[in-house]
Structure formats: C-alpha cells, structure tokens
Design a protein around this ligand. Structure first.
Ligand SMILES: *Cc1c(COP(=O)(O)O)cnc(C)c1O
Length: 389
C-alpha cells in the first residue's frame, strides 16, 4: 500500500517529551522563560474580540507579522543578547531597544525580505525544495542540525558531509573545495548545533565570497540571539544568501511554531511559490497574533536572552571547575563531556534525578551531553546532580 518513496524516509527523532513524570526539561533547547505578558494578552484578546476570525482563513502571507519581524530586526540588530535597553519594566517589557554598535544592520530590512512559516523546520523544508537539486551534492558539516539530512532524504538531495576540525569548528576550506567541485549549495547552523560554536560574520563573508555565486548559501541562525554574529548585514553584499531564523529559542515560542527567513526578495518569492504549492496558510491566526506581539516587545526577549547567556556562562565555569570539558558556547546550550564518564550513562543518571538532557548515540559525539540552559533554579538542581559525577 505504500509508495516507493516511503522507503527512503528516515524521520527526525526529537528530544523526548515523556509523560510519566514531571521532568526539568533541558533537552530540546527551548527557552525556560514564558512568552512576554503582551503575547498572552494579544492571544486572549484576539480570540475574545474577534472570535469570527477563528472561523476565517488567516492572512496567507502573514503580512503584519513580516512587518513586525523586519521592525524587530532593524531595532535589535538581530542579536538580542547584545541589544541595548532603555527604560521599560524590570523584565525588559516595553523597553526601547537599540542595536549594539557591532550588530547594527547597515540597511533597512523590509517585509519583502522576510518569509514567515510554520516553524523554521517547515521554512527549511521549503528552502530545500526551492534551491537544492538531486543532480549535485549539498555540502554540510558532518555534525550539524540533524533535520538537514532528513530533508535530504525526503527531497532526494544527495549530501556531502564534511567532518568538523579537531577543535569542533567547521572545516570551511574543505566545504568550499567540495562545493566548488560540483557547483553546490552549502548549509550549516551558525552558531552550529550541537557544538554551540559559531563562525564570525567576517569568516562567513570570506566563505560566501569563495563559494559558488549562482547557488544559494544557507545560514541557519536558530541560536544567534544568545551571542553569535548575525549574517543579516551580509545581505547587502550577496544575492545568494538565505538566513533562516526561529521564534522557538530566543522568542520563547517553540509551542507556537513560527520560523522565518531573511533573504533578497527574489529568493523570498521563490519560497513563497513553494508555500503556495504545498500549504497556502502555514501560520494560523492566533500564532500570527502571538508572533506580532512578541516582535513588538523585543525588550522582554532581550532581557530573557541576557539571562540565559548569564546562566550559561556561570554553568560553564561550574562544569570546568568540576573537570568537565566544555566547548565555548554562543548559544542557549552547552556541549560537554568528562573523562571517564560515559555519555549515555550520564544522561540516564541525570534522568533518574528528574532532569532531561540530550545525548546523541551518533558516532564521534557519543561521549558528549548537550544541555539546554534553563532558569537559575533549574541549573542549581542540575549542578547538584552533576557535582557527584
Ligand atoms: C531548533 C532548531 C530549528 C527548528 O526550529 P523550529 O522553528 O522550532 O522548527 C532549526 N534549526 C536549528 C539549528 C535548530 O536548533
């Protein structure tokens, strides 16, 4: 009964969501803080004041949301944890946000440079469909977001996986060599997952300069708000750059499923064409309202990103003191191992104590744990467990 293409599917395995007991969840890189109170209010009043809207189709192109996203990027510079805050409440809500000097985008991001979709996973899927072909290998790091190979299988796109260097950074020279050999596209997460390390904007610029000009170059910035360097400013220099982002991590919105990409208009239009051929209305009415309210209260999320970055650095100091090797992190998670501690056993022991972290049985990273940064209280509880290992 199944189509022949079914045999080629290798679905993504998400971080577990067990129901048997209540765990402290540090395994899926979700944000430990709730959305801004203004988001809750916007969703409530949207349902209350306009109940008829729930019976109507939403705006298929999420125009108001795209405006709000563009506005937030211009105001914050695209890296929330370094943006400046003025006035506002203690939690940052309502504050005036201005970009740090380093992150300031040297042009105005306009709504026609944004495509918004149902989580960045869906956005990525449309990117794979629109820009990658089965006649040449897509170049990506061996260890990166594990959904890319899943989409490779789904769309029948062959992959060229390039091992990371011994310091866990991308082997950019090798990636470029292979991309130029077949005139291929390149995709990676920056900062990368599960390593938590990023390339600088200058390093990415040099990479794009040396990559095929007539192929799309994709940078997934899911974690950039926690301290990476955004490549949005590079859109002024490169017509083939596509930047994918999500509200799931830094905008405390994993449950509302909102992702987007930033690129030059022609590429945005191509992805919109794919969307209109597969799912005309990817973002429901309430999620659009939630996303708009979140982007309009960027100050709240600046504070949240700063808190996560602070907790992360404290936790890294703690782990190193206790003899763990930890990669420097620009994200909301840490990637760590300890000599003599088995990765899988450590994961199980921590789970027994009521805390979920992520362990990958993948060859090459099986000694490591990937731990999402939670609230201060959650990290104290985890410290207590890890202290004894
Ligand atoms: C979490 C994550 C995504 C998926 O984000 P959603 O918007 O929740 O689908 C995409 N890319 C990377 C690198 C991620 O870590």
């Amino acid at each position: 009964m199944l189509s022949s293409r079914m045999s080629k599917l290798h679905p993504y395995v998400p971080g577990e969501q067990p129901k048997d007991r209540i765990y402290i969840k540090l395994n899926a890189n979700e944000n430990p803080y709730p959305p801004s109170p203004k988001v809750i209010k916007a969703v409530r009043s949207a349902a209350k004041k306009n109940p008829e809207k729930l019976g109507l189709y939403p705006d298929p192109d999420s125009n108001e949301l795209k405006e709000a996203i563009a506005d937030m990027l211009n105001k914050s510079g695209g890296v929330l944890c370094r943006a400046n805050l003025e006035k506002g409440k203690k939690n940052g809500s309502g504050a005036i946000v201005t970009p740090s000097e380093f992150d300031k985008i040297p042009f105005v991001v306009t709504p026609d440079m944004i495509y918004a979709g149902n989580g960045s996973d869906e956005v990525l899927s449309f990117v794979f469909y629109a820009f990658f072909d089965s006649d040449r290998k897509l170049v990506l790091p061996e260890h990166t977001y594990s959904f890319y190979p899943v989409y490779g299988g789904f769309y029948n796109i062959p992959l060229e996986k390039v091992p990371l260097k011994s310091d866990w950074t991308l082997d950019t020279a090798k990636m470029l060599e292979l991309a130029n050999k077949e005139n291929s596209s390149i995709i990676f997460a920056n900062p990368n997952a599960p390593t938590s390390i990023g390339l600088s904007r200058d390093e990415v610029r040099e990479m794009i300069k040396a990559a095929p000009k007539d192929r799309v170059f994709v940078v997934d910035e899911a974690y950039v708000d926690f301290g990476g360097e955004s490549c949005i400013p590079l859109l002024a220099e490169f017509q083939n750059l596509v930047i994918v982002r999500t509200t799931s991590k830094s905008l405390c919105g994993a449950g509302q499923r909102l992702g987007y990409l930033v690129a030059n208009k022609e590429l945005v239009d191509a992805v919109t064409t794919v969307k209109n051929s597969l799912n005309h209305f990817p973002i429901d009415f309430l999620a659009q309202q939630a996303g708009i309210a979140a982007c309009r209260d960027a100050g709240y999320y600046v504070r949240a990103a700063q808190s996560v970055a602070f907790e992360r650095d404290e936790f890294i100091d703690f782990l190193r003191e206790k003899g763990w090797s930890v990669l420097d992190s620009q994200t909301n998670f840490v990637f760590c191992k300890k000599q003599g501690v088995n990765g899988d056993e450590a994961y199980r022991k921590i789970k027994e104590e009521g805390i979920l972290v992520r362990h990958f049985a993948t060859k090459g990273i099986e000694e490591y744990l990937r731990i999402t940064v939670g609230t201060h209280e959650q990290m104290l509880a985890l410290r207590e467990v890890m202290d004894e290992m």
